[in-house]
Each structure stands twice: as C-alpha cells, then as structure tokens.
Design a protein around this ligand. Structure first.
Ligand code: FES
Length: 117
C-alpha cells in the first residue's frame, strides 16, 4: 500500500538575509494539521526549520499564524492536504527566521521593556 504524501514548500525568511525555499515530503493521514506536518519535518527531516506555536491545536495562542497557500491561517487548525502546500511567513510583519515573524506589539516586547519603554 502506498502512503499518501503531503509536500510542504516552505519559504524561509531570514531577518535580513534572502529568502530560501525548502521542500519537504511528509506522510499524510486524514485529520492531520499543517502544524503536524511542520512538527514532523522538525523531528525527522530538518531540525533547523523554525516556526512558532504554543497551544498546538486549540487556536488560542495564535502563534502559528502563517501564510498557507497564499491565505493567512493557523497552521494548527488548517488541515494538511495530500498535495503541494506553499507555506510562508506573514508578509506584513518583521521576519525573524524561516516562518517566524514578530507578532508581539512593540510595547509588549522584552527589548522594549529593557530600554525602559
Ligand atoms: S498553535 Fe496555538 S493557535 Fe495554533
């Protein structure tokens, strides 16, 4: 029996460096989330891939928000599909690394607090 595959095409942004694209094939099973696929990549294929998440599947922390096939969505609630899926960091936020963007408001950031802001 052939295992279905989901292909994650990940646009990886650097803080100041150029964007690069990595392509990962992960096993697909109905009901999995895009975050499940990304976590599989981190655990078994590429531990250097950076993404942010906290609650995993409750859609409550909102830290996993990325572009999924050109639409802003939560990686933890968007279903993985057995096809190519294009993932990218949010376009309107400062890029930190790979899929991670700066999502905290400026006055809530530690660097702001350390400066006495
Ligand atoms: S991991 Fe918390 S909302 Fe997605």
């Amino acid at each position: 029996m052939m295992t279905a595959i989901a292909t994650l095409i990940v646009h990886r942004a650097g803080k100041d460096g150029p964007e690069k694209v990595s392509r990962y094939e992960v096993p697909y099973a109905p009901g999995q989330s895009v975050l499940d696929g990304l976590r599989y990549v981190r655990a078994r294929i590429d531990p250097t891939l950076s993404m942010r998440y906290s609650c995993i599947n409750a859609n409550s922390c909102k830290e996993c928000m990325i572009l999924i096939d050109g639409t802003v969505g939560y990686a933890c609630t968007t279903r993985l599909q057995p096809r190519d899926m294009v993932l990218a960091p949010l376009p309107n936020k400062p890029h930190l690394r790979d899929l991670v963007t700066e999502i905290a408001p400026p006055d809530e950031r530690l660097d702001h607090a350390l400066k006495g802001g």
